[in-house]
Design a protein around this ligand. Structure first.
Ligand SMILES: *Cc1c(COP(=O)(O)O)cnc(C)c1O
Length: 340
């Protein structure tokens, strides 16, 4: 496998840190817990989309595009980081936002939405929940083409085979870095959403025959939908890498018990995990993705899924701005007697 044959822009200097969570591991009393700090990736508050965009924007630029279009939720980290990458490359950026509750999208919202406007997004169009997002992005693309532009459409979450190459690169980084540090991991945990992260890591770990099991914690879908989604993208990513052997059946493992009532809706375990990591390790998780995934990992440890003496790695995928947007989720824990 040779990743260097794919065009890539570089948005992060060197490797992201890999740290032992010694205080947390002691509190939990199970395996040794390590974290891969992909919240330190490039672009202010960086995250997993930064790695995908290195390959996606390079692909856009090598095809001569002058504008990018993508889509996401009103607090999408992916939309914000795509806009950041577009600004850095001098490209136009157009966003299509899926409004989950009709009439609730407002350009005055905080968090990532504030950053869309701070960075001067070229256009935002809100469409109703469950819209056909590829078709909606195509409408925007058609308008731009009519205006003489050459748009490049990036799917939701940057999750296609080109974007997933970013997490193949991350898998190689993890292997090189763990070798450098002399730690051999027994398992890696990641959030599993639009699947580019999970699929890219799976393809990269497998292509290297690392033998390290990978566990995804779902943040929106049940396993019947998530596992095939990740498997399909992992297969496409391996195909793009020129690996023809079929992926093993048990390569993709997901847990769907930590979603709660739905995407971005809080769970008590998520709140406790965010507070615990902030207070033990001074690391911020986000309420939509990493908070739920970390809570899932802690629950699985409690159930004996990972044993004392093992070493496990949690991939922190970023998402910090949403923590500030959803701060009221934490009122009950932080201000038990009320805010005043
Ligand atoms: C998008 C996102 C994820 C999910 O990654 P996918 O590749 O879409 O599965 C996880 N964490 C954060 C912070 C994200 O923004």
């Amino acid at each position: 496998m040779n990743l260097a044959r794919f065009p890539r822009r570089r948005y992060t200097e060197g490797w992201t840190p890999m740290e032992l969570l010694s205080r947390l591991s002691e509190i939990v009393g199970g395996p040794e817990i390590w974290i891969k700090r992909d919240d330190y990736l490039g672009f202010f508050p960086g995250g997993n989309k930064t790695r995908k965009l290195e390959f996606l924007l390079a692909d856009a630029l090598s095809g001569g595009s002058d504008s990018v279009i993508t889509c996401g939720a009103p607090q999408s980290n992916h939309c914000r980081l795509t806009l950041a990458a577009a600004r850095k490359e001098g490209l136009e950026c157009h966003l299509v936002i899926e409004e989950r509750v009709a009439g609730t999208y407002s350009k005055r919202e905080s968090g990532n939405n504030f950053l869309f406007h701070l960075m001067g997004v070229d256009s935002i169009r809100a469409v109703p929940a469950k819209s056909d997002m590829p078709a909606e992005m195509e409408k925007t693309a058609e308008e731009l083409r009519k205006a003489g532009k050459k748009p490049y459409v990036i799917p939701g979450g940057g999750s296609n085979a080109v974007g997933a190459l970013g997490y193949v690169a991350c898998a190689e980084e993890i292997l090189a870095q763990s070798f450098e540090k002399g730690v051999s991991f027994d398992r890696i945990f990641t959030t599993s959403g639009s699947a580019g992260t999970h699929a890219g890591l799976a393809a990269g770990l497998w292509a290297n025959r690392s033998g390290i099991p990978l566990t995804g914690v779902n943040i929106s879908r049940p396993n019947e939908l998530q596992v095939p989604l990740v498997r399909k993208l992992a297969g496409e990513t391996a195909g793009l890498l020129g690996i023809d052997d079929p992926l093993p059946d048990d390569l993709i493992q997901c847990f769907d018990g930590y979603v709660g009532e739905g995407y971005s809706l809080p769970t008590e375990a998520m709140i406790n995990a965010v507070v615990l990591l902030a207070r033990s390790e001074s690391i911020l998780l986000d309420p939509v993705y990493t908070g739920k995934a970390f809570a899932g990992m802690l629950d699985l440890i409690g159930k004996g899924f990972c044993k004392k003496g093992e070493k496990i790695l949690f991939v922190h995928t970023g998402g910090i701005p949403a923590l500030f947007h959803y701060r009221q989720y934490f009122d009950g824990v932080l201000f038990p007697g009320g805010r005043e």
